[in-house]
Design a protein around this ligand. Structure first.
Ligand code: ATP
Ligand code: MG
Length: 627
């Protein structure tokens, strides 16, 4: 292959970055300057120049981005591109831990706990200590992103309330361990711990992956950066890209100063800057600039427009209410469609999930197809979780949440009390669920015992089948031989049955992509986004979810004080993070940008007058057309 051909269409700065193969590097750039394109082209370029793809590891912010990158590499490089490892930090850590978990006293068949299941555990613990479960959840996550164990955290506290929280943290970890499950933060935490405790493991990992590349580093947490530091290892071949203007996850532990101070971690860091936005029209680039320049805590950047298209002024519309806003959006969508913009190239962005409601209603009434990006993810839907709970239990016989879920669908008459008895018995005797149920002294009523015996027979039957059947055949077996399908039809007969049936059919076909059930349930736990659909539908998504994406036409709604910036943003830092979020939102647009301000909003059940967002006021007025 002519390796230079891969570089066609790139500018000099991008080429230089692409050709950087060895040693640490950071490419900083503005939105739409081709950072992600550089990461992809560089990977193709390395492979074309003889680097073994199995030694390359790429981290991305979402699983969707990971799939896209892999496809684009394979597209140019061919089948050997499949040997590349691409994934989110979570999926990469999961892969590593699956191999080495026993070193941390974890069963290598551990599973990932679903958020709803971990919420249930937190609720119980919260009750015991009289702590709000959300506060507990947030605190535990913060400790983990700071890489602090309960013991370490305990050394730094003095109030009783803080002590309770840390005791709650410890109990939560004990419970997860007992069920042989980890939560999302644990995946990173335990991976770092593994590297710190076992240098031989780290050496193996460093010889497996010799070239590391990370997209969106502006949103790294301290735990992420510790992880990538270990991954880069003695090879020190780490290639990072990011834009500090787009750091939007400070509220959950990301810290953009990590990116700004990378030289302290990697002393011979080579820095590349890309300053040309190729995504958007001049008008949109300038709107982004006029907003972001109001932030004080950032580097100054030269940003220029690469497309050389001035473009239409952005449309700014004031409406009376959110209902009027929805009507107006529909009207604009229809106009854009007539202009030849396909629905899937139109995106409606909002600050909070619930704000999509009025828009959805209006789109539905007008029979315009839409898709909520990151709505209820496919794998999180009730019927999918039900079916997978059986398979989870086959993989991890300690997974109590999977047991509870599967034993209740179909209903087998096992009440809360019996479940508590089993759970306590498992805990006290350190047994897995099936072994515990089989014990005579467990103390269950004969009726429950009989029902559980039948249930165990079903599980054993499935286990035998799993030796010979493919994952998709296993799903069909779960539907039929557990009695699930008959129960399901009855249970959901008045509740979107048809759609749910389609989901189950989809699950069977999704399962065909996996070689074993272990892989399938891993993916189900990690893949938190909607499955890709090729349908032409308007995209509805939060500003946070829009990071890295681009659309021909973008609508930003509810640009009122209290909503954008959020009323929760009180400090200067918070407001600057909101402003970066606004910057991310406007820079998603390639050609057309519409912004809306409803003067009245539903707040706490009442319609209230709200002020126009300060971010609109920051935009140079000659870049806007007001309606
Ligand atoms: P973000 O910060 O939003 O993630 P980014 O820096 O990752 O943006 P990309 O998504 O890689 O930017 O690129 C933005 C758009 O510009 C894409 O459509 C890409 O194909 C295009 N592009 C990148 N480089 C060039 C170039 N040299 N010439 C023409 N188009 C380019
Ligand atoms: Mg990008």
């Amino acid at each position: 292959m002519n390796t230079e051909k891969l570089l066609e269409g790139l500018n000099d700065g991008q080429r230089e970055a692409v050709k950087h193969i060895k040693g640490p590097a950071l490419t900083t750039a503005t939105a739409g300057a081709g950072k992600t394109r550089v990461v992809i082209t560089r990977t193709q370029y390395m492979i074309a120049n003889g680097v073994d793809p199995s030694t390359i590891l790429l981290t991305t912010f979402t699983n969707k981005a990971a799939n896209e990158i892999k496809e684009r590499v394979i597209d140019k490089i061919g089948e050997k591109g499949k040997l590349l490892t691409v994934g989110t930090y979570h999926s990469i850590c999961y892969k590593i831990l699956r191999q080495y978990a026993t070193k941390l006293d974890f069963n290598k068949h551990f599973t990932i706990i679903d958020e709803s299941d971990s919420d249930k555990i937190l609720k119980e613990i919260g009750k015991k200590y009289s702590i709000d479960p959300d506060t507990l959840k947030q605190a535990i996550s913060e400790y983990k992103t700071q890489y602090k164990t309960p013991q370490q955290a305990m050394q730094e506290v003095d109030t009783e309330k803080q002590k309770d929280i840390i005791n709650g943290y410890q109990e939560y970890q004990d419970e997860l361990k007992r069920q042989m499950v980890m939560d999302f933060d644990d995946l990173l935490f335990n991976c770092v711990k593994l590297f710190e405790l076992f240098p031989d493991v780290l050496a193996e990992i460093n010889s497996r992956w010799q070239y590391i590349s990370c997209d969106e580093v502006q949103d790294s947490s301290h735990l992420d950066s510790r992880l990538t530091y270990y991954l880069s290892g003695p090879n020190n071949n780490i290639f990072m890209v990011g834009d500090d203007y787009q750091a939007i996850y400070g509220f959950r532990g990301s810290d953009m100063s990590i990116m700004l101070n990378l030289k302290a971690t990697y002393p011979n860091l080579k820095i590349y800057n890309l300053g040309i936005n190729y995504r958007s029209t001049d008008t949109i680039v300038n709107i982004g600039k006029s907003i972001i320049k109001n932030n004080t805590q950032q580097m100054d950047k030269e940003v220029s427009c690469g497309r050389g298209v001035e473009g239409m002024k952005a449309v700014f519309t004031t409406v009376k209410s959110q209902q009027d806003q929805a009507k107006k959006i529909v009207a604009y969508i229809k106009t854009m469609k007539k202009k030849g913009v396909p629905y899937k190239e139109m995106a409606v962005l909002y600050r909070n999930n619930f704000l999509s409601r009025n828009i959805e209603k209006a789109l539905m009434e007008n029979q315009i197809k839409y898709k909520i990006y990151g709505g209820i993810p496919f794998f999180n839907r009730a019927e999918i979780q039900d079916v997978l709970s059986y398979l989870k239990l086959l993989v991890n016989p300690y997974d109590f949440q999977a047991f509870k879920r599967s034993v209740a669908c179909p209903k087998r008459g096992i009440g809360e009390k019996a479940l508590d008895t089993i759970e306590n018995y498992c805990r006290d005797n350190n047994l897995n669920i099936r072994t515990a149920i089989a014990k005579d002294d467990i103390g269950l009523k004969p009726k429950a015992k009989k029902a559980l015996k039948e249930y165990v027979e079903v599980i054993e039957h499935l286990e035998n089948l799993s030796m010979q059947l493919e994952p998709h055949e296993m799903i069909q077996q779960v539907l039929l031989c557990t009695g699930y399908y008959a129960w399901f039809q009855e249970q959901y007969k008045n509740d979107n049955l048809q759609e749910r049936e389609e989901n189950l059919t989809e699950l069977v076909s999704v399962a065909k992509e996996y070689i074993n059930i272990d892989e399938l349930i891993t993916q189900a736990s990690l893949y938190k986004e909607e499955l890709e659909e090729e349908e032409d539908a308007v995209q509805l998504l939060t500003m946070h979810k829009s990071k890295g994406l681009e659309f021909k036409c973008v609508f930003i709604i509810d640009l009122a004080e209290g909503c954008m910036p959020s009323f929760r943003a009180t400090s200067v830092q918070d407001i600057e993070e909101e402003r970066r979020l606004m910057f991310v939102a406007v820079t998603r647009a390639k050609d057309y940008l519409f912004m809306m301000y409803p003067q009245n909003q539903q707040i706490g059940g009442q319609n209230k007058y709200v002020q126009i967002s300060r971010f609109i006021k920051e935009i140079d007025s000659d870049l806007l057309t007001r309606f």
